[in-house]
Design a protein around this ligand. Structure first.
Ligand SMILES: Cc1ncc(COP(=O)(O)O)c(C=O)c1O
Length: 356
């Protein structure tokens, strides 16, 4: 049976990336060595890193005022590393709490300075994006989560600010063209649209660094990572390699405009099907729906278990909602083919027919 991978992360990767990575595990570029066996200070790895960095800059259309880092620790480490580097004791940062990840980020930042949560959508279980809010005049930066993986909402137009804008783009990075220059810092765990788990992309506008007095542990210090070219210590070589291959694939397929075209087609089909079948219901504000993660429920909660069971039986992987949210979550990242969404929608229609 063909499996359809709707996992929220780690998630589906492009088939050519998997094939190339599998070859490289046995014999990387005809070196006679596995990619798992090469040193991180070899010219081979330097070439991988250089290509990954230049692909990010190409896709984001960034100039040399930005630095691109590949770091350890998942996006969760960035929840701490961002304020540690940018927010001095007693200073204020503004955070948008539009979901579980933004909420976690704001709590970590509060360990380092004053956090003002300027937008909080918990009143409606984070089913929308709060777009209008006041930012304290003394805020050092505004932090947003561009796509709320768990709740299924996404910023479709980023807020305008006159202070540095920082985004956790873990779950929609490279899924659409964005004016990346709007941001002073972007971070993303690789394991959804960019590669394998184990590495973080961090893009930093250099002029925001060096403004605080706190002593920063070396491994947490962005400036030191820039000076070391992401090679301060042993990087996750294989994860960086898979990211490089995925970035190469995105560029070869037509770049971010093409990724957006495909995502829109998949999301439109999914949401159109959802809206046409009363057996399903979605609390998410239509204008804020995520193109990456569609979250919805069965109108009759008793049908949730049979629906999920049927998905499982028919090879639909990863469609159970997040553990604190429940319901159904369908993740449609870059590598997911339209055909998987078509097959899932057919299942939805058939389930509706038999249960209404
Ligand atoms: C938007 C967002 N931020 C942060 C995280 C946490 O990432 P990690 O597990 O890499 O720390 C996730 C994980 O799914 C996420 O979706």
């Amino acid at each position: 049976m063909k499996l359809h991978n709707f996992n929220s992360g780690p998630s589906i990767l492009p088939q050519p990336v998997l094939e190339e990575a599998a070859k490289a595990i046995l014999n990387f570029n005809d070196t006679g060595l596995s990619i798992l066996e090469i040193g991180h200070r070899t010219p081979w790895f330097q070439d991988i890193l250089n290509e990954a960095v230049s692909s990010v800059k190409q896709l984001m259309q960034l100039d040399d005022s930005y630095e691109v880092l590949f770091l350890h620790g998942g996006a969760t480490t960035q929840f701490m590393q961002v304020p540690m580097n940018l927010l001095d004791d007693g200073e204020t940062a503004a955070y948008c709490d539009n979901g579980i990840w933004g909420s976690k980020a704001s709590k970590e930042a509060a360990l380092f300075g004053n956090v003002v949560v300027v937008a909080d959508t918990s009143d409606k279980k984070h089913s929308y994006i709060q777009k209008h809010f006041d930012i304290p005049e003394n805020a050092r930066y505004l932090h947003i989560t561009s796509n709320n993986t768990v709740e299924g909402t996404q910023w479709h137009q980023y807020p305008d600010t006159n202070i540095p804008l920082i985004a956790d783009m873990s779950s929609d990075i490279f899924s659409r063209p964005v004016d990346f220059k709007k941001f002073s810092l972007i971070y993303a765990g690789a394991q959804k649209n960019m590669g394998a788990a184990g590495v973080n992309l961090v893009v930093i506008k250099k002029d925001i660094l060096g403004k605080i007095k706190r002593k920063i542990p070396t491994i947490m210090n962005y400036q030191k990572h820039i000076e070391a070219g992401s090679l301060m210590n042993t990087p996750p070589v294989f994860a960086v390699y898979v990211s490089m291959l995925t970035l190469r694939w995105i560029i070869a397929e037509g770049g971010l405009a093409e990724m957006e075209k495909r995502s829109t087609e998949k999301a439109d089909l999914l949401y159109h099907t959802l809206d046409s079948l009363p057996v399903f219901t979605s609390p998410i504000a239509k204008e804020d729906r995520s193109q990456m993660n569609a979250v919805f429920f069965l109108s009759n909660p008793e049908l949730e278990a049979p629906f999920l069971e049927r998905c499982k039986k028919e090879g639909m992987i990863g469609v159970k909602g997040y553990r604190t949210v429940g319901g159904v979550r369908v993740s449609m990242y870059n590598a997911l083919p339209l055909s998987s969404v078509q097959i899932f929608c057919n299942l939805m229609k058939d389930f509706a027919l038999k249960n209404s």
